[in-house]
Design a protein. Structure first.
Length: 459
């Protein structure tokens, strides 16, 4: 339980409709979209201003109450689960677009705005924010997890598309990092320190983001292969040839079977498949690129190469791809699941894919391989019966082996989902002595460890 004096102070700060200890509200803020066990916070507040966030953190630090920022709760590594209880600070009502700097291709927003809503507004200006995780995440959550998506292969992850932040520190101080200049060389890069820190170093209350113009000409291609290893080898060739896809996704045969349950898309053969998209300001250049891609795929035994995908069909395929995680949960209804996420340098991608597929088969696991292949990123989703502890242990052992393999191939334990709870055990192996520096940074910025405690750094 939080101290009564803290509760009283917060009740003076927030009107009754923006502070809650109701069980249903606590339950909504106890779990994300992962299989990590839920944990109830003691109370939830919905700030509207930076000043409220600052005062709340001052009180929390004074009373040593844990504070977990909350965006849309769509994480899949336990990142926003308040495992030590305390206060959840829900940013869903701090969701305004503050300024659109159309001529500079920039937008300044509050953290609670959902990226899909933001992109609908930006489309009127011919602009968009490129990182696009499948779920309708908040900008605060995307910044905190350094989220990425199908467009990252061309435009980078969230970290590559942020220029400036307003951050409230654990003691309530409000700082501004970076600037609206796209070139910045002044001082330590605090902006990118907070991006990916999962709410453990500070609370983001404002962000200025880089935007991209919506491309004039876009073309899609779908290629299917006899094995995932062939598909992954083609990915390496396409990226290596400098063809710069705007999306390059790999789905194995199981993922294709699940994708086919979407009634709005054409039925695809259930084979390892690459979904690709290329953009250009000239139609002729686009056609030339597609010819090169076709040749590279053929060299890796592609059994079909379809470029006649229209704009509406493309949108439906990407929508289905974005909802593939939920589609898996529906397809394997009643089963427990474990989502894996790792990334490697693109030259090691074919090996990662071939060995991960072989491992899944050897361990007798049911599941899929799918991912943002152009970034060297792959996700595994394995399913097991909830009443079978041995199957669960096998799934956990598979996930560990998958991450170890990515690290062996000079990659990372998480390409985009963040460390949260599930990846903490790999932090020492991945970062060595640098982990000590991370701990020192945490202690400097949050000496009483009130900010999202128990995440990122192993105990
Ligand atoms: C179906 C599905 C598909 C997905 N696909 C992808 C994908 O393709 N790529 C990808 O990267 N992710 C993906 N995700 C994971 C998830 O959507 C992202 O991690 C996303 O960034 C989480 O944003 P959120 O708003 O839901 O944040 P939350 O889950 O609410 O929080 C995420 C983290 O951010 C912290 N936080 C939230 N707001 C703030 C703030 N204002 N200041 C500081 N810290 C804050 C929280 O404490 C937590 O640690 C997917 C999830 C689902 C369910």
């Amino acid at each position: 339980m939080v101290p009564q004096a803290f509760l009283n102070a917060l009740q003076n700060l927030y009107p009754p409709e923006r502070i809650s200890t109701r069980q249903a509200i606590l339950e909504q803020h106890a779990r994300d979209q992962s299989a990590h066990p839920p944990h109830l916070p003691d109370l939830v507040v919905w700030p509207l201003t930076t000043e409220e966030v600052s005062q709340t953190l001052q009180l929390a630090q004074q009373h040593r109450v844990p504070v977990t920022p909350w965006g849309a709760g769509t994480s899949i590594e336990g990142n926003p689960i308040p495992i030590h209880g305390g206060l959840v600070m829900d940013f869903s009502r701090m969701d305004r677009i503050l300024a659109i700097h159309e001529e500079d291709f920039q937008v300044t927003v509050q953290p609670g705005v959902l990226y899909k809503d933001m992109n609908k507004v930006l489309a009127r200006y011919g602009l968009f924010f490129a990182p696009d995780p499948g779920a309708n995440a908040s900008i605060g959550g995307m910044l905190a997890n350094n989220a990425a998506g199908i467009r990252t292969v061309k435009y980078g992850a969230t970290r590559d598309n942020v220029l400036a932040l307003e951050v409230v520190l654990a003691d309530g101080r409000v700082i501004h990092t970076g600037s609206r200049s796209v070139k910045q060389s002044s001082g330590y890069d605090l902006t990118h320190l907070f991006v990916g820190s999962e709410g453990t170093l500070g609370v983001i209350t404002q962000a200025t983001l880089k935007l991209a113009p919506i491309p004039a000409h876009v073309s899609a291609a779908v290629a299917r292969f006899p094995t995932v290893a062939d598909a992954a080898a083609a990915v390496f060739e396409i990226i290596g040839a400098g063809l710069e896809p705007t999306a390059l996704e790999l789905l194995d045969a199981t993922a294709m079977r699940v994708l086919n349950t979407d009634p709005d898309i054409p039925h695809f053969p259930e084979q390892p498949t690459l979904f690709m998209e290329f953009a250009s300001s000239h139609q002729a250049a686009l056609e030339d690129t597609l010819d090169q891609v076709r040749e590279l795929c053929a060299e890796h035994y592609a059994q079909g190469f379809d470029t006649g995908v229209g704009r509406q069909e493309r949108a439906r395929i990407w929508r289905a791809r974005h909802h593939l995680f939920e589609a898996h949960v529906r397809y394997f209804a009643g089963q427990q699941f474990l989502v894996g996420d790792a990334a490697v340098p693109i030259s090691r991608y074919p090996e990662l894919i071939a060995r991960t597929a072989a491992l899944m088969e050897k361990m007798g696991l049911v599941g899929s391989l799918l991912g943002h292949a152009g970034d060297g990123n792959i996700h595994t989703i394995v399913f097991y019966p909830p009443d079978d502890p041995q199957a669960r242990d096998r799934a956990l052992a598979f996930n560990d082996a998958f991450v170890e393999l990515a690290l062996e191939l000079e990659g990372t334990s998480t390409g985009e989902h963040g460390v949260g709870l599930g990846k903490r055990k790999f932090m020492a192996r991945e970062h060595g002595l640098a982990l000590d520096v991370m701990r020192q940074l945490k202690h400097t910025l949050d000496p009483y460890h009130i900010l999202n405690p128990g995440k990122v750094l192993p105990e």
